[in-house]
Design a protein around this ligand. Structure first.
Ligand code: ZN
Length: 269
């Protein structure tokens, strides 16, 4: 009898051990990044520098515009301290409508996008989507997959410029786009804004015949816009966090637009 009981206890322990292993494995993220946040931040600096040397991707070079975006970066850190990265925004002097994420928290926004957005919320919803790609490590994981970890960690200048080029045509998969859309909702909610604004903006993009929209990351990867709009509209604010800081509302799109709409980009006051 004792022997049977012992065998039962051993069998039960094995079952519990197997269950524990499976539940731990299932809880692992699908694409765990093998690069630390610190490493990614360093790599991001090199890629950022190299991006700006590529033809058609020169920076706007307007200190007043940079100052507005620095304030946005500071407000974002104050408002959303759970973000893994410190975010930096750079305006690319291009009429193409685009925004894309670089590793390490650098978000590139074109002058064309700023001019196309009608409200601060529209631009912030796009920025929040791109931040989602960074926070979920989509951007860096994709690069690791394409060029390999050791080359990326070499932080070589040539590798940096190749990666920058690669980012310009980077496509995310459907699941990653949905994750970034959901992240946009959560971040806008944390900023104290209407979380579903991206749905309105995607609809506007879908209806637009603007020829400068061709490469816009947010719609070029997986243009199943109708389903994405539906998902965003279904976002529920059931876990609403209290907004810690409302300073993000001080972000002035109209002033930023003024600096982009001038023919002479230098030193506009
Ligand atoms: Zn995206």
């Amino acid at each position: 009898m004792k022997k049977v009981l012992l065998e039962l206890v051993i069998l039960l322990s094995i079952v519990v051990a197997i269950w524990l292993i499976f539940s731990l494995v299932l809880r692992l993220p699908e694409n765990p990044s093998i690069i630390s946040v610190e490493q990614e931040s360093e790599i991001g600096k090199t890629i950022h520098k190299n991006l700006l040397t590529i033809n058609g991707f020169s920076p706007l070079n307007n200190p007043a515009a940079d100052s507005i975006l620095q304030d946005l970066s500071d407000s974002l850190s104050a408002c959303c301290p759970d973000l893994k990265f410190q975010y930096h925004f750079i305006v690319i002097n291009s009429e193409m409508i685009n925004a894309f994420a670089l590793p390490g928290g650098h978000i590139a926004i074109t002058k064309g996008l700023i001019k196309f957005c009608e409200t601060r919320e529209e631009l912030l919803s796009v920025i929040a989507h791109e931040i989602g790609h960074v926070e979920k490590r989509h951007t860096v994981n994709r690069i690791v997959k394409e060029i390999g970890l050791s080359l990326l960690l070499s932080n070589d200048k040539f590798v940096g410029s190749e990666v920058a080029r690669m980012l310009l045509s980077q496509k995310y998969n459907r699941k990653q786009e949905e994750e970034a859309d959901r992240f946009s909702c959560l971040l806008l909610q944390e900023m104290g804004m209407e979380p579903r604004i991206l749905a309105t903006f995607l609809r506007k993009l879908n209806d637009s015949e603007n020829t400068n929209l061709g490469n816009f990351e947010i719609i070029s990867s997986h243009p199943n816009i109708t389903k994405r709009i539906k998902n965003i509209l279904e976002f529920k604010e059931n876990d609403k966090k209290e907004t810690r800081n409302n300073s993000i509302k001080g972000f002035k799109l109209d002033t930023l637009k003024k600096y982009c709409e001038k023919d002479n980009y230098s030193r506009t006051k």
